[in-house]
Ligand binder design. Structure first.
Ligand SMILES: *Cc1c(COP(=O)(O)O)cnc(C)c1O
Length: 384
């Protein structure tokens, strides 16, 4: 073997870290798709829809394969503006700003909004990108408080205590996933809006797993829970149910202007390419026009939950709790061998000791697929 071109102490460090991961059974590797998709976030089955491919090709022909620059330079096409207008209308927001990924949006929103003396209150099971946003906000001098998952009473106590001590002018922000990505349960947005109103805190809701899927028009959890357009800061993604790629923030014009001027993940990154925007526009159009897709995905998830004896939830994510990492991996392999692309989710993606299978249902699945998956799960989990 040729000598590695990296310095020996670095090679040593990497090898030791890999050994530690393997000893813990925590090593991750990239495995291509195997069999029927029951683990992606393509809930509406739009990722391979020929209409999105056509829209992408048309957008590339009209506006180019890439943008060549950030939005604040020459990176804005009429398609970017059309998609922002479309998303703002759908979400009932005053304005919208595209971001290149959901990760980038979440990591950049919080440090752009919070400064010394301010505080962010974050649900304990929020997505890793919000966690990283909290870390960056902390580096900028804000305090980070993590409240127990969905526990609004604890959040109220924390907000109360913070307000009693906060310096004049200090501001609070509450950040939560709408639908939690690894559990499939949902935040109580009316309750959170009420609490935020009492403490004049800004509410940020990550609708990554709800956009396209929940509410009569598919606008998300806020619409599903009867508070459409009332969350002041909504983040969503274009790469999951909408079948394309990228992310957006819906908010009023003041927040949008602030983010255009301060969100480093927006400012210092090349604008999304036209084919992606073309596909996303078509994805939004279809998500709104074809409600049967979300009804079908949610119906499949409901039937799977019933077969597993789980309570209902407004999502297409069905977690199957296992516990031990190795057992989750073993069960996933059995299901893969039977043609279902089920993946094991282990720490640190989920808390220690809570490894699980994360199953998702999409409009592409047939009733029979769901029935055989349910039967296979009941058999290997010995649910009788
Ligand atoms: C997927 C996801 C993100 C990240 O979005 P990307 O566009 O994939 O970077 C953010 N938040 C939640 C809750 C997610 O599930």
């Amino acid at each position: 073997m040729a000598d590695s071109p990296i310095p020996a102490p670095w090679l040593d460090r990497l090898r030791r870290s890999a050994e530690r991961r393997r000893a813990l059974g925590r090593d991750r590797a990239i495995h291509p798709p195997v069999g029927l998709d029951v683990c992606s976030n393509d809930y509406l089955g739009l990722r391979r829809d020929p209409r999105l491919a056509e829209a992408a090709a048309a957008a590339a022909r009209a506006h180019g394969a890439g943008t060549g620059a950030a939005r604040l330079l020459r990176g804005t096409t009429p398609l970017h503006e059309a998609l922002e207008a479309e998303l703002a209308t759908w979400k009932g927001a005053g304005a919208c700003l595209l971001f290149n990924t959901g990760y980038q949006a979440n990591a950049t929103l919080l440090p752009a909004l919070l400064g010394p003396g301010d505080a962010v209150f974050s649900d304990a099971l929020n997505h890793a990108s919000l966690v990283d946003g909290c870390r960056l906000a902390r580096a900028g001098g804000a305090a980070v408080q993590v409240y127990r998952h969905l526990d609004l009473a604890e959040l109220a106590r924390r907000l109360e205590a913070w307000r009693a001590e906060a310096a004049p002018g200090a501001l609070a922000l509450v950040a939560t996933d709408a639908v939690f990505s690894m559990d499939g349960d949902a935040a109580d947005l009316p309750g959170l809006l009420d609490l935020c109103g009492r403490f004049e805190a800004l509410l940020l809701v990550d609708e990554a797993h709800a956009t396209g899927l929940l509410g009569p028009s598919g606008a998300g959890l806020a619409e599903h829970q009867g508070v459409p357009g009332q969350v002041p800061l909504v983040m969503g993604t274009l790469g999951k149910a909408l079948g394309a790629f990228g992310a957006f923030v819906c908010a009023g014009p003041e927040l949008r202007e602030h983010l255009v001027n301060t969100a480093r993940g927006f400012i210092f990154s090349t604008a999304l390419p036209p084919p992606v925007i073309g596909a996303a526009l078509e994805g939004v159009r279809i998500a709104r026009a074809e409600p049967w897709r979300r009804a079908r995905a949610l119906g499949h998830a409901q039937r799977l939950r019933e077969a597993l004896g789980q309570p209902g939830a407004p999502s297409a994510i069905v977690p199957v709790p296992v516990g031990a990492d190795a057992e989750a991996v073993r069960l996933a392999r059995i299901l893969q061998a039977r043609g279902f692309d089920v993946r094991a989710v282990r720490p640190p993606t989920v808390p220690e000791g809570s490894a699980r299978l994360r199953i998702t249902t999409g409009a592409h699945l047939e009733e029979g697929d769901v029935a055989s998956l349910a039967a296979a799960l009941r058999e290997i989990l010995r649910l009788g």
